[in-house]
Structures are given as C-alpha cells and as structure tokens.
Design a protein around this ligand. Sequence first.
Ligand code: UT7
Length: 335
Amino acid sequence: MYNSRISGLGFYVPDNVVTNEDLSKLMDTNDAWIQERTGIKERRHVVKGKDTTTIMGVKAAKIAIERAGIDKDDIDFIVFATLSPDYYFPGAGVLVQRDLDIKTVGALDVRNQCSGFVYAISIADQYIKSGMYKNILVIGSELHSGGLDFTTRGRGVSVIFGDGAGAAILTREEDPKKGILSTHLHSEGQYAEELSLLAPGIGHRWVSDILKDNDPDDVSYYPYMNGQLVFKNAVVRFSEVIMEGLKKNKLDVKDIDMLIPHQANLRISQFIQRKFGLSDDQVYNNIMNYGNTTAASIPIALTEAWEKDRIKEGDLVVLAAFGSGFTWGSVIMRW
Ligand code: UT7
C-alpha cells in the first residue's frame, strides 16, 4: 500500500474585485454588517463570458501541474469538485480533460459543495493508496456570481460567496509517514434543504412546469441558506471531524502546524481556533479577500499558505470542511 502527497498546488481568481461597498449599491446591505457577521471585505466575480468554472479550474490546474514537475500526460485521473458546473451535464471533469488535452483518462465530478475538495482529496487518496493511479489532478472551482440574487431579497446569501479555483496534484508517496495520513467523511441528509439550490433538479419540478410557469418570483434557481442553523452545526462538526482525524493518528491539537478550514465565515474559523487554543500562526484564513468560494476555498487557502512559506516540510497540516448536505470532513497530512 502507498500513501499520497500533494506535489503541486495552484489557484486562480478573476481580477474583478467586488467590495462590500460595491454590493451596497445593488441591495440594502453595508460594509459594517458584512464584515461584522462574516469577516469578508471583498470577493472576486468573473467577467461574464470570460471565465467559467472549468476555465478557472484549468488555469489553477496548469500552475499545479507545473509546480508538481510533471507533464499533463502523467496525470492518470481527474477529480473535479464544484456546485456550479458549466453544464447541468456532462460534468466539469471531462471539460478539463478536453481543455488540457490530456489522454483519455477517467474524470469524476464530486458534488459535495463546501466539503467537495475534502471529498475529492479522499477519493484521489484511495486510488493512489490502492496502487491504481500515480498522479491525480484534483480541482475545486466555483462560479457563484452568475447564480446569485443581487437584490435585497438575496442579501443573506449573495454577499458571502465569491468566484475562484484551486487545484492540487496528488502523487504516489512511498514513505508511509509522509503525505495523507487519513481522511474522514460524513453526511446528515436530514438537513439537505437547509442549504440548497433546488432547481433545475428534476425531482423538484419538471422542466415543462418551469417553462410553463415562467415565474419571475421563482427563487428555486437561487441558493437558499438557513444561516443560523448552518452556523450552529458547522462549529460542532468542524470540531468533531478535526478531533476524529487527530485521534485516528494518535495526535493532539497541539501537534497541528497548519489548520486550513473551509472559508465559510471568519467567525466560524475564529471559534474553532479559540476552542482548540491555536495561535494565529496555526490557522490560515483568507475569506476577507475572496469570500466563500465553496469547493475552491480550501485549495485556494492551501496554495496561498504554501506560497507564503506558512507550510514547511514535516508540518502536520489539517484540512476541514462543512457545508451543504449537510456534509463535512477532514484530511490529516504530514507535509
Ligand atoms: O459554506 C457553507 C457553510 N455556510 C456557512 O457556514 C454559513 C453559516 N452562517 C453564517 O455565516 C451566518 O448565519 C450568516 C453570515 C449567513 C448570517 O449571519 P446571521 O448573524 O446569522 O444573520 P441572520 O441571518 O440572523 O440575519 C440577521 C439580520 C436580519 O434582519 P432582521 O430580521 O434581524 O431585521 C437579516 O435580514 O440581518 C439581516 N441581513 C442583512 N443585513 C444587511 C441578512 N443579510 C444581510 C446583509 N446585509 N447582507
């Protein structure tokens, strides 16, 4: 049995910066509310027609491939996590295979929203551990801005989310003490609708009904979030799943060198940091600059932390996520 380790990282965000002030011109909101409740100062939005979820994912992937020191044709498999794919089907993974012009390797899409990248890493890790594949491209990418309600009706959700992509190359590692030590995944479907986007799910309404109604007040194409319920569950599940991973590896909170939490809300990250008694050096947050980029948030934050030399060889790095589903998970790795 092998281990897998991250051998290359990259991220891409669109140039277009959207501040809280910019949003307050579109809806009844303000910088003070957004910063106080979420920590977000600004986020990036794509320029319509320029970037898509796949295009951003490909840009991040090219950087990760180069940094891994491999050729695109060394990639054995693609895992793409997103809740905002270019098409309802096919998934974004095959579009990456096409755009990177990689030989006909398998491509899998993961639909686990904010936990998507953690789930994707876990899947890739199993393929490498089993010996089936040697190099796997894992992408988390989201284009939120094209699907949000930028009127006051949607302000509870639309101020939070931003666009961007992150990518990692997972590579076979022979040393059992290095790389990904374990991954931990959970779900609780009783809360499925509490953070959801119901349309165009065929189980919700048939396309013929939608076309017939053509109702401008139909909000089922916009995301819905029961913010307080999500917040309460997030702080509990983040803590649980980090502890589960540490215990599995006979490690303790004090062993964490770098915790990269999914960037859902700065208040959630700060709650976890305080609960675990971690210093500012042990946690990386960048939600202030990018908002919540869902499946892209962990790979963007991980790449930034690595680029800033905040992660060094031998460090214990912990990834943790919670989001729609509800789903949550963690990754424990030795860098
Ligand atoms: O990434 C997936 C996981 N997501 C999360 O973990 C998010 C978890 N939840 C949260 O982060 C928070 O619940 C939010 C940031 C989404 C909302 O913060 P909150 O403190 O829970 O606010 P709230 O929804 O209870 O709303 C409080 C008030 C309401 O007004 P009233 O009813 O008290 O008069 C809202 O209408 O704030 C109002 N409000 C806003 N005001 C200005 C909601 N959104 C806005 C806004 N600007 N953008």
